[in-house]
Design a protein around this ligand. Structure first.
Ligand code: COA
Length: 369
């Protein structure tokens, strides 16, 4: 029997601290008008001192597990896609594994910059489809504010912190991740990179003095590259799933820049009403942007069981990719039936239930919540 990898849980975590464009205009020579018109970004979230990529990843993962109604002990594999890991090693995924108590899970980080979540989703889906595992946690988590030069107006306006997670579960029912494409072009590596702190340029007082531990970017080059590959990757992933663009209910793109997303939609001749956009509120959260946008699309009632959706992204490397999935929703895999309530009503009921669960957390879930 054919095995399918269904998305049965999703969660997100963003820091409470909001940094607006006007706040940044007090730090560097820029304006709210310039940032909004060039990028669509109005504000972003910044991690508190006690938050990190692993703490945000953990919060998002727990929400996703709760949504999928599976226990951490049932997770076989944790992949954390990140460009701002907790440490060079061990993997952020191992920190998450310990935090949530996923005792039988393998765990590793995946480095493909902002395309990382699509790469990780594909890897986890393949592992489920092959029969190697049954349940996976796929997480995108970032605290890029820690690698941002807050005196560089070219980059500091763009990035934000946050995490998003999916639970993937095996089912024999058709659906879940249907296709994916992953591409790279290492010759464009210097368009967007963090030069120091690795084996090429280990951290020294000198690299720090030169600011080589901060993100460096050629914005125009990245912009040109992004608009080209978003369209291509989307078309390829749809064709690989043996679908047509008309079959797609929603595109959930990497949230880097509203102009890039609009250019890609124009290139595809796809209506913007069917494209998820939240870059205005979070900026570019790199690997976390696609799962965060998915959570919000679900909460807004924009995802219905059976919908075919596209995730598409690009990033440093250069890397890019897309995946097509058929939306299942929570519990459908486990119980093999769809919830009778509308998804919007279900989301509301879920949030009330979650509040109740939190009150009973010590009793019911022990250390897992
Ligand atoms: C970064 C980006 C917003 C810049 O917009 P742009 O229209 O390309 O602007 P340019 O780089 O051409 O710069 C135009 C001018 O604005 C200036 N400028 C740059 N940042 C500025 C800012 N925050 N405020 C005001 N002026 C700024 C530049 O110095 C330049 O001035 P100059 O012409 O005197 O040299 C845009 O290139 C972009 O979004 N690129 C993609 C980046 C991205 O998505 N990275 C993440 C990939 S995952």
């Amino acid at each position: 029997m054919t095995r399918y990898a269904h998305i049965t849980g999703w969660g997100m975590a963003v820091p409470e601290k909001v940094l607006t464009n006007n706040d940044i205009a007090h730090m560097v020579d820029t304006t709210d008008e310039w940032i909004t018109s060039r990028t669509g970004i109005r504000e972003r979230r910044i991690a508190a001192p006690d938050q990190s990529s692993a703490t945000l990843a953990t919060d998002a993962a727990l929400e996703a597990l709760e949504m999928a109604s599976i226990k951490p002990g049932d997770v076989d594999l944790i992949i954390v896609a990140t460009s701002s890991p907790e440490y060079l090693f061990p993997a952020t995924a191992c920190v998450v594994q310990d935090n949530i108590g996923a005792k039988k899970a393998g765990a590793f980080d995946l480095s493909a910059a902002c395309s990382g979540f699509i790469y990780a989703l594909n890897m986890a889906a393949q592992a489920i489809q092959s029969g190697a595992i049954d349940n996976a946690l796929v997480i995108g988590a970032e605290t890029l504010s820690r690698f941002t030069n807050w005196q560089d107006r070219n980059t500091c306006i763009l990035f934000g912190d946050g995490a998003g997670a999916f639970v993937l579960q095996m089912s024999y029912e058709e659906g879940g991740v249907l296709s994916a494409v992953m591409r790279s072009d290492g010759s464009g590596g210097s368009s967007l990179y963090l030069p120091a702190g690795g084996s090429r340029h280990p951290a020294t007082a000198d690299t720090v003095a030169q600011g080589l531990h901060y993100i460096q970017m050629n914005g125009r080059e990245v912009f040109r590259f992004a608009t080209r590959v978003m369209t291509q990757a989307t078309q390829e992933a749809i064709a690989n799933a043996k679908l047509k663009l008309e079959d797609i209910a929603l595109i959930i793109p990497h949230q880097a820049n509203q102009r890039i997303i609009e250019a890609a939609a124009r290139g595809l001749d796809f209506p913007m009403e069917k494209v998820v956009l939240n870059v205005d509120r979070y900026g570019n959260t790199s690997t976390a942007s696609i799962p965060i946008a998915t959570c919000e699309a679900f909460n807004d009632g924009r995802l219905q069981p059976g919908d075919k959706i596209v995730f598409v992204g690009f990033g440093a490397g250069l890397t890019w990719g897309a995946a097509v999935a058929q939306w299942t929703g929570p519990v459908a895999v486990r119980r093999k039936l769809y919830l009778p309530l509308s998804y919007r009503a279900w989301a509301k009921a879920r949030s009330i239930l979650r509040r109740l669960m939190r009150r009973l957390e010590g009793l019911i879930w022990g250390r897992y919540l």
